[in-house]
Design a protein around this ligand. Structure first.
Ligand SMILES: C[S@@+](CC[C@H](N)C(=O)[O-])C[C@H]1O[C@@H](n2cnc3c(N)ncnc32)[C@H](O)[C@@H]1O
Length: 265
């Protein structure tokens, strides 16, 4: 298991304002999970703006995000269906970032609708500053569906539809935050798009998931959050002992010895 290095900084305040105080081109990876403008109650802030206000808010923090990224650095941004198409165009056309992937997080279960299809996904846009983005495939492989000789025994590329259940109320990592993201999902992003020693920023830290995961994986991490109660929650989370990510799957280490024997001629 990786050793925990306590290199984390928690900043309380507005994302765009606090990002403006950080050094340009100092961040390797930004993981942003902003409010989706769906009316959620985040304690000292309610996530409800009119469309123009929400767009201006998004523009202001994105401008800072682009300034902070190192050349080749990556931005992963979570978003709901209401704004994602507009966000994609802003990232590509207004800010000149390079699209690297559109990931669908399939969260497997949720409330059932009587009319219309029940929502089962959120999306994550991955863009980079410049074309040449870091991608550590060997660090994020998943078990192969079929262990045939032609397949890589170290596992398969996870693809761009990711299945992780929501953080259930009974999960060990669960904290009282309304939109907490699963550690294992953030782990995949951190492993794929940064290296140990790199600097990771989360401008909407919430319960502290990104900073927790990044420090466990030996990255330096900074989190910004406007609600001081959540900053306190993240601070306590960082102090708690870390056991494991629930994404570890030992089948990924299987070797070809369990393949059928070669047919003899
Ligand atoms: C979707 S949640 C992030 C959840 C987080 N990924 C986690 O796993 O816990 C968005 C967070 O952004 C915070 N927030 C809202 N407006 C903000 C702003 N202007 N600057 C910084 N944080 C803000 C909210 O308080 C909320 O905790």
């Amino acid at each position: 298991m990786d050793q925990i290095v306590p290199k984390s900084t928690l900043i309380c305040g507005d994302a765009a304002t606090k990002m403006a105080g950080l050094r340009a081109e100092s961040i390797d990876l930004i993981i942003a999970d902003p409010p989706y403008n769906l009316g959620k109650n985040y304690g000292n802030n309610i996530d409800l703006k009119n469309r123009a206000e929400y767009q201006a808010f998004t523009q202001s923090w994105l401008r800072e995000a682009v300034r902070l990224l190192k050349p080749g650095g990556s931005l992963y941004c979570f978003m709901g269906v209401k704004f994602i198409a507009r966000l994609y165009l802003m990232l590509e056309e207004d800010f000149g970032l390079t699209p690297q992937g559109w990931i669908t997080w399939h969260y497997t279960q949720g409330m059932g609708r009587k009319k219309g299809f029940s929502p089962r996904h959120e999306d994550i846009l991955w863009f980079s500053k410049g074309e040449d983005a870091q991608f550590n495939l060997d660090d994020v492989r998943v078990p192969q569906k079929y262990y045939r000789k032609r397949n890589n025994m170290a596992g398969a590329n996870p693809g761009d539809v990711w299945q992780f259940s929501h953080v259930h109320y009974c999960a060990a990592e669960r904290l009282p935050h309304p939109t907490q993201k699963p550690e294992a999902l953030i782990e995949r992003i951190v492993r794929a798009s940064s290296n140990p020693g790199d600097v990771v920023l989360d401008p909407f830290l919430g319960s502290g998931t990104t900073v927790r995961v990044a420090t466990v994986l030996n990255r330096a991490a900074t989190g910004i959050e406007i609600n001081p109660d959540y900053i306190e929650m993240a601070r306590n989370r960082l102090k708690a002992p870390f056991e494991a990510f629930d994404s570890m799957d030992l089948r990924a280490a299987r070797t070809s010895k369990d393949l059928p024997k070669e047919p003899s001629n």
